[in-house]
Design a protein around this ligand. Structure first.
Ligand code: MN
Length: 561
């Protein structure tokens, strides 16, 4: 079903009824995209434009600003239609340009499939996007691509599903966008684990139905009980646990469905935090709680900011039944996420409740937008500097490396492999030759030029930022120029009785031990070669001066070994 431009504009105006200028720009962006993508088809056979309209609609449904919605329409035109970023800026302004460019850039990052690099790639996406709206657009894009994944060849399906599962779903989760996280995971599930998925679908359909009927039966009892404690403005609903999260849980519980009490949980939404605890208390008066199943995510929110009270009670017919109790604001948050809040919370160690928890990020965004309509402040309020002390750069093969800020191509080279570091003779950043001390920026693609039989120079220790590289460089230098351990003296002296004894007395007085001594006579002179156990050059020179004073010594030469 094709989505019209007006439908997107209409959805936008629902949330921003006064912003006719924004609505107009969205309309213009829609027209622009339709024209730019004319003639292009998706694998599904649909017009390409429909994909961009779907992405724009999703962003409008998420209640994002006009720049995001317009960029939803435009997100593929730079990549697929040869429209320049310059044109973007001239037609729609610098913000739309940078959003579209940001989305295009993320699109070029590839996930190789190794578990370790998934985390780096997620961080890199966050770090290089800066503006969170770029990620929202990318998530809306990915959502539609997953919904239409069945049209692609099997090989590609698997790859895209894996990338979604490892990169984009976890990003949504971190941003507190539970719905998107759940939907992306569920969409990827059948491609990544076909037998697991069909087992769930087959096994669950009856249980879901039966479970929902049961909850409908107890709902009036719950309502009556809540009325009794005088909590007003209560909303109750029940949503089935999503397939993938159910599967994950079942795996933990030996596939025993009897262990899953939240197959469908009843949600009770109330106005205030006090109401949450009141409702919890009154439910526990009605039905006994199951020990160990009461969870207070209001006092102790989950790392992604999720807040709610959970309890499982022995309900009607003694059936274990889960209830989730939260405020309307917390519910909105659970559904839509709170980027700003997540940032705050992910700094480990902070816990407990803060007033931030009650604010859904959507409200926050809207507040900001009201405060600074269309201004730089609004945009910078959305910008996040998540990993201000780290940068994320790419190898030519698309591997993401995570380095401290200020790192240079040499740090990068050593991080890839010590041999690459040691044989480094030059570097390219984004295909341009640069000097080895150039600081890297997040998003840079770095290529190291190597040459065989090259050795690191001492200079390098001043260029690198990472301790790892410093250590490796020092080790290589020491290997090339091993530190002197011993000192050799060649002494020429006149032949006389007791000469050798005098020399050895001087040496031992200086607390130095002799390693070896040899002497031979040459034309009435004695050439003595003494090796002593002295590594320190100063000490060795000192000793040389003392030896020089020994009676009969004519010349003395010193060499450190
Ligand atoms: Mn797209």
């Amino acid at each position: 079903m094709a989505i019209s431009i007006s439908a997107v504009v209409g959805e936008y105006l629902k949330h921003f009824p006064d912003d006719s200028a924004g609505a107009e720009t969205i309309y213009k962006a829609g027209e622009f995209a339709r024209k730019a993508h004319r003639g292009q088809k998706r694998k599904s056979g649909h017009d390409y434009f429909e994909h961009t309209a779907q992405v724009a609609l999703t962003l409008a449904l998420w209640r994002l600003d006009w720049q995001s919605v317009a960029s939803g329409f435009l997100h593929d035109v730079v990549e697929d239609c040869d429209i320049s970023a310059q044109t973007m800026e001239e037609t729609f302004g610098p913000h739309v340009r940078s959003l579209v460019e940001g989305v295009t850039k993320i699109g070029s990052l590839r996930y190789g499939g190794e578990k370790e690099s998934a985390e780096s790639l997620r961080k890199m996406i966050l770090a290089t996007s800066k503006d969170l709206r770029v990620i929202f657009i990318k998530l809306a894009d990915r959502l539609h691509n997953m919904q239409t994944l069945s049209f692609l060849p099997a090989q590609k399906q698997k790859k895209i599903a894996l990338e979604t599962f490892e990169i984009y779903a976890p990003l949504a989760d971190r941003l507190g966008m539970q719905n998107i996280y759940g939907e992306l995971s569920d969409l990827a599930f059948p491609y990544l684990n076909p037998p697991g998925h069909s087992w769930i679908v087959k096994t669950m359909s009856e249980s879901y139905e039966e479970r929902e009927k049961y909850l409908r039966r107890i709902e009036p009892i719950v309502r009556q009980q809540i009325e009794r404690v005088n909590v007003q403005n209560v909303a109750i609903d029940y949503r089935a646990k999503r397939h993938f999260s159910l599967y994950k849980k079942l795996v933990r519980f030996d596939m025993n469905l009897d262990q899953i009490y939240d197959l469908i949980a009843m949600r009770i939404l109330v106005p205030t935090i006090d109401d949450c605890y009141t409702v919890l208390g009154t439910l526990h008066q009605l039905w006994p709680p199951m020990p160990g199943r009461i969870k207070d995510y209001i006092a102790m929110p989950k790392p992604n900011g999720y807040q709610s009270l959970h309890t499982t009670v022995f309900c009607v017919d003694n059936r274990p039944t889960e209830f989730q109790i939260r405020t309307h604001g917390m519910h909105e948050y659970a559904e839509r996420g709170a980027a700003a809040h997540w940032l705050y919370e992910s700094k480990k160690g902070s816990s407990g409740s803060s007033s931030l928890h009650d604010l859904s990020w959507i409200n926050q965004l809207q507040d900001w937008q009201r405060q600074f309509p269309g201004s730089e402040e609004f945009v910078s309020a959305l910008k996040v500097d998540l990993f201000s002390d780290r940068i994320f750069v790419l190898s030519p093969k698309g591997r993401v490396l995570d380095l401290p800020i200020g790192s240079t191509p040499l740090d990068f080279a050593y991080k890839i492999h010590t041999d690459i570091g040691s044989s480094c003779v030059g570097a390219r950043i984004n295909n341009k030759i640069v000097s080895l001390d150039t600081p890297l920026q997040s998003g840079d693609m770095v290529e190291i030029i190597t040459q065989k039989n090259r050795a690191p120079s001492a200079e390098w220790t001043r260029i690198v930022k990472t301790q790892f590289a410093k250590k490796k460089i020092r080790a290589a230098i020491n290997r090339a120029n091993p530190r002197p351990k011993k000192t050799e003296y060649k002494i020429t002296s006149q032949e006389r009785m007791g000469l050798l004894k005098d020399i050895s007395v001087v040496i031992s007085r200086n607390h130095v031990s002799i390693v070896s001594v040899s002497a031979k006579n040459e034309k009435g002179l004695v050439a003595t070669r003494i090796i002593v156990d002295v590594a320190n050059k100063e000490k060795a020179e000192n000793l040389m001066l003392k030896l020089k004073k020994v009676e009969g010594v004519k010349t003395i030469a010193m060499r450190q070994l």
